[in-house]
Write a protein that binds this ligand. Structure first.
Ligand code: TYD
Ligand code: MG
Length: 453
């Protein structure tokens, strides 16, 4: 029988201490230590022996066979993973409750019909999973489901089924008998993740874990989990809109800049391969405060509509609210506009919204954001046939952005009349090639004069 010991764990970062502490020396958070009983560190010893067997080699001598990734039969998911699931990898999918994590992975499980799958759920009963599967409506004979929360029992099921892929929904609900603290505590999560990692690495069966997210948007449980897994995927979106974005925050087998876009429908998630068509409202009437940004996410151009509303503040402190855009960045742009274009925006409420509820992090949004704010402020519409792609610097200079030719060609393809870009970008490609008028600006005032003078 293993010896039980009591430790205190920081619930934020997983720091371990033998006595209670008020403030975590690792992450600096207050009052986060919780007492947990740990029996013994069995897997730690296991990994130690595994490491001991290895001998150092010259890097040229290290060989590996061709990695055969498992395709998920979903282009958007594959794109984020970097072309399928790598054998023996451990993946973590995080997201807010109700965003569609279980739906995404169950759908993937049903779609991979050429391999045996085991879907373990600690949250839902088998009937509930079946109801969801019926809703998604894919028929398959190779997907096994079980409702189970104890890892030792899960491994018994694995022995019986011998799956090619394992899905665990969610890591916060499973417990191991080696640790006595409740499900979802730091030591439980860490221990269970380590057990699944050990299973994945020794058998080559990939494991997909679902993880909950806390209110402030970080993955619940210790940061250590993020270090253990090979890839951390985040599923996000505004629940009031149908769009969902899958991002890789960490990926040992691919890039983290690619995103996958889905739409939640009545029969599960469907892939959105041409997001621009959905995100633009195709309006004919001209409305002030709207500007289209030509952004790029990963390697894919994506056109988003930026909407803003500038109005006189009712209260002493003006409200600044941005939906889908960094509020600090918006405040910076407002300060630049105030200084360079002479607007008294300091006494105005400013609301900013990305149509479709998407969060885009491309710096090329800046110019569209600035122009939409100006448009709302002077109440003059910008033609829906114009789009923008440039970063705005602190002194009001319009700066070049990456992949400009991609953006211009996509804008021309979508039928835009004009694209506003930085003067310093236009040197990098041949402008006459595209059937679109390219407006080059070097400072924000120039864009303003061009649009509203
Ligand atoms: P779910 O996958 O349970 O979210 P999570 O596991 O992240 O908590 O998704 C739940 C939401 O998705 C729920 O509000 C219902 C909705 N939904 C659909 O709109 N269509 C569908 O086909 C399915 C299965 C769910
Ligand atoms: Mg769920």
């Amino acid at each position: 029988m293993a010896k039980a010991r009591t430790y205190y764990f920081c619930q934020e970062c997983g720091y371990q201490s033998s006595s209670w502490l008020g403030r975590c020396p690792e992450c600096g958070k207050w009052n986060t230590f919780v007492e947990e009983v740990v029996k013994s560190a069995v897997p730690a010893a296991k990994t130690a022996t595994a490491v001991a067997k290895a001998t150092p080699k010259r890097i040229q001598e290290v060989t590996y066979g061709e990695i055969k990734r498992i395709p998920t039969h979903c282009n958007e998911f594959d794109r984020v993973l970097g072309g399928g699931i790598v054998p023996g990898s451990l993946l973590l999918l995080g997201g807010e409750p109700g965003i569609g994590k279980s739906t995404l992975l169950l759908q993937t499980a049903l779609a991979i019909h050429d391999r045996k799958l085991l879907y373990v759920s600690g949250e839902e009963s088998e009937q509930q999973i079946k109801m969801r599967a019926d809703r998604i409506g894919i028929n398959t004979e190779s997907c096994y489901v079980v409702s189970e929360t104890v890892t030792q029992r899960i491994f018994e099921h694995i022995d019986a089924v011998q799956p090619d892929l394992l899905i665990v929904d969610s890591i916060q609900t499973v417990t191991t008998e080696d640790v006595e603290s409740p499900a979802g505590s730091v030591s439980q999560i860490r221990q269970c993740t380590t057990e699944f990692q050990h299973y994945a690495k020794t058998t080559g069966v990939p494991v997909l874990l679902i993880g909950h997210i806390t209110k402030d948007g970080t993955l619940a449980g210790p940061k250590v989990m993020e270090h253990i897994v090979d890839a951390v995927l985040q599923f996000e979106g505004d629940r009031n809109y149908g769009f969902r974005i899958l991002r890789a925050l960490k990926n040992r087998f691919g890039s983290t800049s690619e995103i996958g876009i889905f739409e939640m429908r009545g029969n599960g998630l469907s892939e959105v391969s041409n997001p621009s068509a959905l995100l633009l409202s195709h309006r004919d009437e001209e409305l002030s405060g709207t500007a289209v940004a030509a952004t790029v996410e990963g390697a894919r151009p994506m056109f988003v509509e930026v909407q803003s509303l500038v109005s006189t503040a009712v209260y002493g402190t003006p409200q600044r609210n941005a939906n889908g855009f960094d509020t600090r960045r918006m405040n910076m742009l407002l300060a630049v506009l105030e200084k360079r274009c002479g607007f008294k925006l300091g006494a105005k409420d400013v609301f900013l919204n990305m149509a479709g509820g998407l969060r885009v992090s491309d710096p090329a949004l800046d110019l569209a954001v600035a122009c939409s704010i100006l448009s709302s402020n002077v109440d003059i519409p910008i033609s829906p046939r114009y789009c923008f792609a440039a970063e705005v610097g602190l002194s009001g200079e319009v700066r070049p952005v990456s992949r400009i030719e991609n953006r211009v060609s996509e804008a021309a393809r979508l039928g835009f009349e004009k694209i506003f870009i930085s003067k310093y970008d236009s040197r990098n490609f041949e402008k006459n090639k595209y059937r679109i008028q390219i407006v080059e600006v070097s400072v924000i005032e120039e864009a303003f004069r061009n649009l509203f003078a």
